[in-house]
Ligand binder design. Structure first.
Ligand code: 13P
Length: 258
């Protein structure tokens, strides 16, 4: 089994006080998590707090977006180098909320991916279909398009330097989770598609599930053979709930080891 990763995506939530309290809560109880990797992805202004408060802990952190250029006249943008400067390990790329509200295209996302790996920042590439696309039987075509754009620009080996997150748009923040079978089906599809280019990369790359993952459904999702953890929105804003999902990662490792 690949090492599970449970990553929080705080989205546009928080304040200095909230972030400090949440991190204290996570730190206080994260010692019990053995086999699962933990990470949190915060809004840019709070990265300095993560650098300060997570120093010396195994908890990794990152941002939720990055520019596809290195530096220069790009007002409002934040570069990979800047994220590295604050000790970021991860960056979420191509989240559906950015595709939807910030008009991010597959081409832009592929370039962001390139910037991240060129500077040794680990991208978490989000792919996923909308409800209409699922209802029209387009799920595989959509996630294939999202994945292929990154492979075309960066080559398949670049996928081994990142993480993929399957996030069905209809399950994000709706309380409607994909069933373990629905999620596994898409995860297996993605892995098979990668295997067509490279079997070693397909076996190695972690594919997370995201979309209303909570402590009460995490275990059955992470127990699926091609689901390697979660990208958690709402439930990552509560330390207890987030840690309970991380514990599900540990439980999945334990269950598959016997
Ligand atoms: O978008 C998500 C993580 O990136 C999932 O959000 P929710 O867990 O709130 O559904």
């Amino acid at each position: 089994m690949r090492q599970p990763l449970v990553a929080g995506n705080w989205k546009m939530n928080g304040s200095k006080a909230f972030v400090a309290e949440l991190l204290m809560g996570i730190k206080a109880s994260s010692g019990g998590i053995q086999a699962t990797e933990l990470a949190v992805c915060a809004p840019f202004p709070y990265l300095y707090l993560l650098e300060e408060l997570l120093a010396g802990t195994p908890i990794r952190y990152g941002a939720q977006d990055v520019a596809f250029e290195n530096d220069g006249a790009f007002t409002g943008q934040v570069s990979v180098k800047m994220l590295k400067d604050f000790g970021c390990h991860y960056v979420i790329i191509g989240h559906s909320e950015r595709r939807q509200f910030n008009a991010e295209t597959d081409a832009m996302i592929a370039r962001k991916y390139a910037q991240a790996i060129a500077n040794e920042l680990t991208p978490i590439l989000c792919v996923g279909e909308s409800l209409t696309e699922r209802q029209q039987g387009q799920t595989e075509a959509i996630v294939a398009r999202h994945l292929d754009a990154v492979i075309e620009l960066n080559g398949v080996d670049a996928l081994a330097k990142g993480v993929i997150a399957y996030e069905p748009v209809w399950a994000i923040g709706t309380g409607l989770t994909a069933t373990p079978e629905q999620a596994q089906e898409v995860h297996a599809f993605l892995r098979t598609r990668i295997a067509a280019h490279s079997q070693p990369v397909a076996s190695q790359v972690r594919i997370l599930y995201g979309g209303s993952m909570k402590s009460n459904n995490a275990l059955e999702l992470i127990m699926q053979p091609d689901i390697d953890g979660g990208l958690i929105g709402g439930a990552s804003l509560k330390a207890d709930e987030f840690l309970a999902i991380c514990q599900a990662g540990d439980a999945a490792v334990k269950a598959t080891a016997v």
